[in-house]
Design a protein around this ligand. Sequence first.
Ligand code: LLP
Length: 433
Amino acid sequence: TNRLTVNEQGHLTIGGLDSVMLAEKYGTPLFVYDVEKIRNNARAFVRTFAKHNVKAQVAYASKAFSSIAMVQVAKQEELSLDVVSEGELYTALKAGFPVDKIHFHGNNKNLEELKMAVEAKIGCIVIDNFYEIDLLASVLEEKHATMDVLIRVTPGIEAHTHDYILTGNEDSKFGFDLTNGQAAKALEKILSIDSIKLKGLHCHIGSQIFETDGFVMAVERLFEKLAEWKEQYQFTSEVLNLGGGFGIRYTTEDEPLPLDKYVESLIDEVSKQVQKTGLEFPELWIEPGRSIVGDTATTLYTVGSTKDIPNVRKYVAVDGGMTDNLRPALYQAKYDAVIANKAKQRNEEKVSVAGKCCESGDMLIWDIDLPAIEANDIMAVFSTGAYGYSMSNHYNRFPKAAVVFVEDGLDKLVIKRETYQDVIQNDLSYEEE
Ligand code: LLP
């Protein structure tokens, strides 16, 4: 792979540091983020809007990887932040993220979450459904407050991606349908409530999308409606939030566009639609998660057992799996890997990489060519920065992995490895004391 950087000992390096040294120092499984890459991805988005003089907010979708340190990097890069739960909001507040740049998402926000958002005076709530309109109105009344909102609409688009990460189609649990009149009803209702300040529309068509045509079509459909609503309700969308979903490269099979190209296709189409409809050019917001952090982390594992089934397959097991990376089991997602301590050696065998959970589906990679593997080798799996740690779990009571940030030749632990005490900390005894 072209992303391989190797030192004199033949060890894979990450952000200039020896990955084998990091595995020894912090143990495995270990997520290692190259922070410079995070910054570069973020800046690619921000710069492209600036270059085209488009007023914009780039909101990091923190569901991809939320932690105090990560939110701080987003803050340093002057991004906005998309949160989808009280937990992500809590993390953002604890990290000192500027509240006016926090956007709150979710298809079932509850009273507690809305209260927390209103009390914290966050920048914007993205309204998903009728239940939420009522709930938010009641919270605002009780607190004598107002709140800026966007309406989340589903434009009826089938993007080319896995069904589970498709979100812009009509049959979706998210948002108001743009085509069947529901979005217009939501608009009417929201316009009638003084404390809810409608700033514009939001749509997100899906995730890990490579082509720009889905985004372009979404913009087209939004403008069609906006033109209608301008006539009918004198409503102007100051803000248009076009969501995230920009694809990244996991393996050589993936062919994403450079990040600026996604942004440019959005700007181009909005310009076209503005000309066509005579509407004002809105402020553009996007919400990339995966494309900011996905290709910036590598997971390091230690190899343990192997099982060779002659003429069938050789399994190589590592000390993590679906507990730290659920994506292969959940979406048949593919990853690329190397043996970190043998990064210069020639590939000699085809193996399949298994996790250590009691579950046949707990496989990280099927059929990958690697050098001859022995126990205690360090395996490095690439592009695990998005939806890896954030979807990690305690199946089989494995403690969660540690996370290290690497920048300027320095490594810093940013999430501690869980201990067994952490794993049982909420368990209570059922025996007489
Ligand atoms: N905005 C909204 C409203 C979203 O629902 C999402 C992702 C994003 C932004 C960020 O999308 P991104 O830029 O990261 O593609 N767990 C799945 C991905 C689920 C995405 C959910 N929503 C995975 O591991 O592929």
